[in-house]
Design a protein around this ligand. Sequence first.
Ligand SMILES: CC1=C(CCC(=O)O)c2cc3nc(cc4[nH]c(cc5[nH]c(cc1n2)c(C)c5CCC(=O)O)c(CCC(=O)O)c4C)C(CCC(=O)O)=C3C
Ligand SMILES: [Fe+2]
Length: 346
Amino acid sequence: MSFDALLWLSFGGPEGPDDVMPFLENVTRGRGVPRERLESVAEHYQHFGGVSPINELNRRGIKAVEAELDAQRIQLPVYFGNRNWQPYAEDAVAAMAADGVRRAMVFPTSAYGGYSSCRQYDEDITRAREAVPGAPELVKLRHFFDHPLFVESFADAVVAARARLGVAGEQARLVFTAHSIPVSADAAAGPPEEGGGRYSRQVREAARLVAERVGASEHDVVWQSRSGPPSVPWLEPDIVDHIEALHADGVTAVVVCPIGFVSDHIEVIWDLDNEAAERAAELGMGFARAATPNDDPRYARLVVELAREHLSDAPVRRLSDASSGGCTVNGAPCAPGCCEPPRRRA
Ligand SMILES: CC1=C(CCC(=O)O)c2cc3nc(cc4[nH]c(cc5[nH]c(cc1n2)c(C)c5CCC(=O)O)c(CCC(=O)O)c4C)C(CCC(=O)O)=C3C
Ligand SMILES: [Fe+2]
């Protein structure tokens, strides 16, 4: 059976000052994120006029994919829906149903497994379909952390970031960063028989592939943007602590590569370009942040290639044999018990 649309499914972000608190409440409902953390994150958004860059970046990404589909003569309308803000996944699925779409592929804007990066998008799919009578069948595309186009895009961005540091770039330590998650969530990531850790393993694997491609002799993998209460352990070290530790070890410059993300959204431009860069400057260290895929044409080609794995049996290109998944129908988990959701708090 064929497909008649592609749904670009993302996180969503506020589009103005009044959206910020309701958006943050959507993101954190039932998750035990402390009030003070929410207030400080709200300030990050207000620094940018309450507008997250993520929506515009997604719209540009979609334009690039539409152009690539056109160039490859593939007729597939692209719809846009989000988990936490308008246009919601429900709105997109309703529009698809109204347009007579019967079966669609879903591209989630996250390369990895894990609850937040994979299974929660499955939940979005389930919820959106339940809300819409006559909803199309939805087939989610697979994890792409080890796809050659993903790796190439980041590798070129690292080379460009190094060049911006000039001579210091040659000495700079290459530091990869991804969104921290609770240690318990990483332990639950992947099918139970794999013993957990699918998220952190995939992040490390992507980092290794990029480091290898740019010929880095050493690299580190660290985490950013933790949000839970201090009593709950999250993946460590944090990027800012790590920069301090490198400084203490005599490292004079860093190139930071946000391998965990696909666009320069708030977590990247605030937590890295602002906080991490500022700490490095205070310590007198060189700092350059590599770009994320954004509207790199290779990212659009990657999306179309993942779709073509279903449309025309395009070969499944991967650079690692790390455990992977993500491709399921109508919001089913990858396997029974895969990436179980965290326990909800009242
Ligand atoms: C793994 C992961 C990704 C990568 C996968 C993916 O891309 O999907 C990601 C992406 C993003 N996270 C984002 C924003 C936020 N994440 C939060 C909170 C949390 N993230 C978590 C994990 C992840 N998050 C977790 C375990 C929490 C704790 C609460 C919970 O269990 O859900 C909060 C609450 C406040 C705070 O504490 O920071 C905000 C505002 C934005 C949008 C940025 C913008 O608007 O430009 C994006 C792309
Ligand atoms: Fe997040």
